[in-house]
Write a protein that binds this ligand. Structure first.
Ligand SMILES: C[S@@+](CC[C@H](N)C(=O)[O-])C[C@H]1O[C@@H](n2cnc3c(N)ncnc32)[C@H](O)[C@@H]1O
Length: 289
């Protein structure tokens, strides 16, 4: 049942009570079911802070009322907004730079040593606002010969529609691109002028290699193709072990034989069943067969 905001509820939203343990459990269960993200009781303060905005936007007077709304008629739409509010989209260009070194050398050399009927396609499987996908695209553009550049594709996906909006535009605050070496900035980024001062945009030749789409890693079973490289970094860490297992098995099925999976240095496949071989820190490879 939709809830119309009342002056009283708007006033109380300015100072909502802290989440009760029961409310946190109910919200955590919804979030776990829909995104795989495990929210523990220690996260109550963080969740409360992030949900204040949603309470204000929906005019709900309490977290219990907000939960009713999530389970009501327009609950589906609000759930997407809730996940947007709850997910951490922290990322940066060339984050964990060793990975881009492995990609530009070992992975590219192996790719070029074999004949392929199709182009190099990488899946950036939790791309957040797109910095990872564009870092991959720039790295490969630099490392591949001209003919291969033309058929380079990056499939950039995430759960967060808000983050994907930024990824799609490819426009960032100038201070966000500090990690991009000067030469690469000049080749692949353009500085905004006038009303766009202080912003940079990924140049069209790189932007056009990236396709952006929403994929929920927890619900995806088969996205219809395999990749020589998948980046899935800094997201497994939010999942509990059974969800990690499901996601890693799904990613493994999407790797070409001999394909590479990059996870984050803070993550590990210890305790997860898989047939990948360890190649370098946080880099795994599927057997060629
Ligand atoms: C910390 S960011 C990582 C961004 C990038 N991979 C990096 O390492 O910099 C984690 C991302 O995982 C996304 N995420 C969380 N749960 C997800 C799910 N079930 N399916 C797809 N993406 C998810 C979040 O929306 C967020 O953008």
């Amino acid at each position: 049942m939709p809830h119309a905001p009342t002056p009283a509820s708007r006033a109380s939203c300015l100072d909502p009570r802290p989440l009760s343990a029961r409310e946190l459990r109910a919200i955590a269960e919804l979030v776990r079911q829909r995104s795989g993200i495990a929210l523990h009781e220690g996260k109550a303060a963080l969740v409360t802070a992030r949900l204040q905005k949603r309470l204000r936007a929906t005019g709900c007077a309490s977290f219990t009322e907000y939960l009713d709304r999530l389970e009501g008629d327009d609950g589906e739409e609000e759930l997407v907004r809730l996940l947007d509010a709850i997910t951490t989209n922290h990322t940066s260009f060339f984050r964990e730079p060793e990975h881009f070194e492995v990609l530009a050398t070992r992975v590219v050399q192996e790719w070029l040593a074999r004949r392929h009927s199709r182009g190099f396609e990488v899946w950036s499987a939790a791309c957040a606002t797109g910095e990872e996908a564009y870092s991959i695209a720039i790295t490969l553009w630099e490392a591949l010969p001209d003919a291969e550049r033309r058929r380079l594709r990056i499939f950039a996906s995430d759960l967060s529609t808000r983050a994907l909006g930024t990824a799609r535009k490819g426009i960032y605050r100038a201070d966000r691109v500090r990690e991009v070496p000067g030469l690469l900035q000049r080749r692949h980024l353009e500085r905004g002028h006038g009303p766009h001062e202080g912003k940079v945009r990924i140049r069209a030749h790189i932007r056009h290699t990236v396709d952006v789409a929403q994929v929920n890693l927890v619900e995806a079973a088969d996205i219809g193709r395999r990749f020589p490289v998948i980046f899935c970094r800094n997201v497994l860490i939010y999942f509990d072990r059974p969800v990690q297992q499901r996601v890693v098995s799904m990613l493994e099925r999407h790797l070409d034989p001999g394909g590479y999976l990059f996870i984050a240095h803070s993550e590990s496949l210890n305790g997860i069943a898989h047939d990948l071989e360890w190649v370098a820190p946080a880099v795994y490879r599927r057997a060629v067969k």
